[in-house]
Ligand binder design. Sequence first.
Ligand SMILES: Cc1cc2nc3c(=O)[nH]c(=O)nc-3n(C[C@H](O)[C@H](O)[C@H](O)COP(=O)(O)OP(=O)(O)OC[C@H]3O[C@@H](n4cnc5c(N)ncnc54)[C@H](O)[C@@H]3O)c2cc1C
Length: 273
Amino acid sequence: MDSRINLDILRAVEIVSKQKDSKITYTLRFRDKACSRAEPGQFIMLWVPSENECPMSLSEISRRYAAVTVRAVGRGTKKLCSMKAGEKIWIRGPYGRGFTIQGNTNLLVGGGTGIAPLIPLAEKSALSGRDVTLLLAGDSSDSIPLLTRAKNLKKVGVKVVYATEDGTLGFKGVATDLLNHLLKERRFDQIYTCGPELMIKKVYDIASAYNIPIQASLERYIKCGINLCGSCVIGRYLVCRDGPVFDTTMLKEVKEELGRFKRAPSGLLKKIV
Ligand SMILES: Cc1cc2nc3c(=O)[nH]c(=O)nc-3n(C[C@H](O)[C@H](O)[C@H](O)COP(=O)(O)OP(=O)(O)OC[C@H]3O[C@@H](n4cnc5c(N)ncnc54)[C@H](O)[C@@H]3O)c2cc1C
């Protein structure tokens, strides 16, 4: 990381391109030295003036560019998705603990916007000589974010497999159905996952049954991003500081809460449905 940059101070970056990369997401590309050196799985806090500050995973980490892939769910993300190339956004970070590339055979399981941090991870892992399988899941082929980027990863040797609930691409079913099939066929040294927490919990249970180490990027309500407010607490951990990537040992500790409860903006525990 560049020691001259104070990562906690907002920096303005210009959107260099904006692309609708699926029916549900837009990818905004920008240039930022600190983000270009981030680890896959780290996140930035992205301030959308007059709306909100949103934690976002980096979906591209390259020497020239970084990017976020955004689904419009509320005020901040709707505004982000309406912005154009040439406009400015404000960012701080990257923050948190990213994925650690381990083992020789890696299986990456992503659902929805959880696919975003897995794309740079798949790329980095394949370029470091690992055997990488990327499992992407969504309701339908057109709702899988970053499909073109994923297909291009074949050039660096990544095997890409798909699960769609309506059967429009690849296996008909959900991510964990296909995961079960893959694990019956062969062994992987490490599983990485990101997506809806209920999916993560199931992937964790399956990985545990096969005794495969797992790293999962968790999504909690992150307000400050810098270990102050405690809104992203899970068990004894803060997702912004200790995560967002949790390893097998950490996941085991929080498994009673995982996929069952999370904190609302008020701090109250609410059921995950
Ligand atoms: C580590 C991390 C990485 C993420 N990466 C991505 C990504 O790559 N792409 C993407 O589209 N989304 C990502 N999210 C989710 C994204 O941060 C929220 O969708 C966004 O903050 C919602 O802001 P809003 O103003 O649009 O929504 P609001 O109108 O404020 O709320 C709408 C919904 O979004 C949730 N939400 C709101 N603020 C936050 C917050 N600060 N942290 C978590 N959830 C929030 C609320 O619980 C609510 O259900 C990530 C979240 C985390 C914690």
